[in-house]
Design a protein around this ligand. Structure first.
Ligand code: NAP
Ligand code: G3H
Length: 474
């Protein structure tokens, strides 16, 4: 079986303890990854700290050359990395290759964007006449060691979206991939290693979050924590981080609100694609439909037609619905469906499960008393909640503990903008499904969905800090 290693201080290294990674598709053994010990983490942190001065002293242009090379390598290897990724997280092969390709583009863009990180200057006299001889030169400096922790659902892209902006900003990186997804994460690291990134600038830490997670979060060498994952773990990260800056991108319960004047054919297509791609395992998946009564029957019928077109099965045959990440998740999703069924929800497409493969399930007549109205299933289940007015839709949207994104489908743009301004979310899409990209847009969650703003330029800003150098010209 293939033995994968961590990349630390410019070398590939083993650990005594190993974790075997199995494919959620068929339990095939994919390889072993090291489970790093605390002592090994300490050594990696030391190497990162040592590498920081020389890396931050380079010009952004010089740093960008390493990123461009790594992106080119990723692009060259997108098929082989995509194949492992598809096996490791049961994502469709086309989408898996697409994820690697998207990451290469993101790294190129980050390298370019890093060249446009400008400082600023301020004249004191514009505020206070007596201070007219004072000038503040405002510079952006790296924060230091960035700990990047990624979730299983985008083990390459949501890693690259942290690593590339951190590196171009002059930081050094400790990267902890998700355990289920760690082989893909290590292959991303290999692209940086093969691009010749200087020793210690980019290091990896594999191991279970439940075992090594608290230790790395609390590690005194870490200056910034950039975390994407579930809300409960994110809350824990927030508590352990203390006064250090963090970025948290967490769970969501994105709503698609459909008004009576919407183009229902278009809305149904967007909603089904938004809800079911990668079997609903996306933070930005549409996780509930709120439709006004006047068009609820029509929309439900159209959604049903679209859901019935979805294919189910093997990621390597590019089926729309593939196995969810593990059986534990499948059982959790089943619990939400059973709760809804017991409280009167109507199955428009029949619920069916075989181990961790769940058939796409559309539930109508869902009410706020049902757990599925509020919880994130992270699977191929979509509840429809019928509402009497846009006001009721707004209230239900904002009652959620989450605040990631929402969609609104209507031809009334002034109303859509007014609705958007009242929604407690980071992003509102008008007449389109919820989604993170394009990757240069700001991407953020509020309330239980996170803190801080991602998006290439915003991530660079978040992982660099301002320094004001004041001098007096008299
Ligand atoms: P997760 O269980 O929270 O894990 C995320 C990452 O945190 C993994 O690398 C995990 O490592 C690590 N981890 C676990 N316990 C930790 C601890 N005590 N300290 C530090 N790290 C720890 O989430 P997931 O199941 O991988 O991903 C699904 C969730 O992520 C969903 O809720 C989804 O909505 C959310 N998500 C949000 C966004 C966004 O941008 N808003 C994007 C994608 C996903 P192990 O794998 O070793 O456990
Ligand atoms: O899972 C969360 C991701 O950030 C979603 O990204 O909307 O591009 O699929 P996406």
């Amino acid at each position: 079986m293939k033995q994968y290693q961590n990349y630390i201080d410019g070398k590939w290294v083993d650990s005594e303890k190993k974790i075997t990674i199995y494919s959620p598709i068929n339990q095939e053994e994919l390889g072993n990854v090291p489970a790093m010990s605390q002592e090994e983490v300490d050594k990696a942190m030391e190497a990162a700290r040592k590498a920081l001065p020389a890396w931050r002293a380079l010009s952004a242009y010089e740093r960008a050359q390493y990123l461009h090379r790594a992106a080119d390598i990723l692009e060259e290897r997108k098929e082989s990395i995509g194949e492992i990724l598809a096996k490791e997280v049961a994502k469709g092969i086309k989408a898996s290759i697409g994820e690697v390709d998207r990451s290469a583009h993101l790294i190129h863009y980050a390298a370019e964007e890093g060249l446009r990180v400008y400082g600023a200057s301020l004249e004191g006299g514009t505020y206070e006449p007596a201070a007219k001889t004072k000038i503040s030169l405002i510079r952006r400096e790296p924060v230091g060691i960035v700990l990047a922790i990624a979730p299983y659902n985008y083990p390459v892209n949501l890693s690259a979206s942290k690593i590339a902006p951190a590196l171009i900003g002059g930081n050094v990186v400790m990267f902890k991939p998700p355990t289920q997804g760690s082989i893909s994460g290590l292959l991303l690291a290999q692209a940086f290693a093969d691009a010749g990134i200087p020793a210690g600038v980019f290091n990896t830490i594999t191991g279970r979050g439940s075992e090594i997670g608290d230790y790395i979060i609390e590690h005194p060498e870490v200056n910034f924590i950039n975390f994407t994952g579930s809300t409960p773990i994110g809350q824990k990260v927030g508590k352990l981080a203390g006064i250090r800056p963090i970025m948290l991108e967490l769970g969501g319960k994105d709503a698609a609100v459909v008004l009576s004047d919407a183009d229902l054919d278009h809305a149904a297509k967007e909603i089904v694609s938004g809800a079911f791609s990668y079997s609903g395992q996306r933070c930005t998946a549409i996780k509930r439909v709120l439709v006004v009564n006047e068009v609820a029957d029509q929309l439900a019928e159209k959604l049903q037609t679209e859901v019935e077109k979805l294919t189910v099965g093997d990621p390597f045959e590019n089926k729309d619905i593939t196995p969810v990440i593990d059986e534990q998740s499948a059982v959790f999703i089943e619990g939400l469906v059973q709760d809804a069924q017991s409280k009167g929800a109507v199955e428009l497409t029949p619920y069916k499960r075989e181990k961790n493969l769940i058939w796409p399930t559309l539930l109508d007549e869902v009410t706020p008393e049902m757990d599925i109205a509020w919880e994130e299933p992270f699977g191929p289940v979509l509840p429809i909640i019928r509402v009497s007015s846009i006001e009721e839709a707004l209230e239900l949207c904002n009652q959620s503990e989450y605040g990631l994104q929402s969609s609104i489908f209507t031809k009334n743009y002034p109303l859509a903008f007014e609705f958007a301004s009242k929604l407690e979310v980071g992003t509102v899409h008008i007449n389109a499904k919820t989604q993170r990209g394009p990757d240069n847009f700001p991407f953020l969650g509020i309330k239980g969905s996170g803190a801080g703003v991602q998006g290439i330029k915003y991530s660079i800003e978040a992982m660099t800090k301002l320094k004001s150098v004041v001098f007096d010209i008299q």
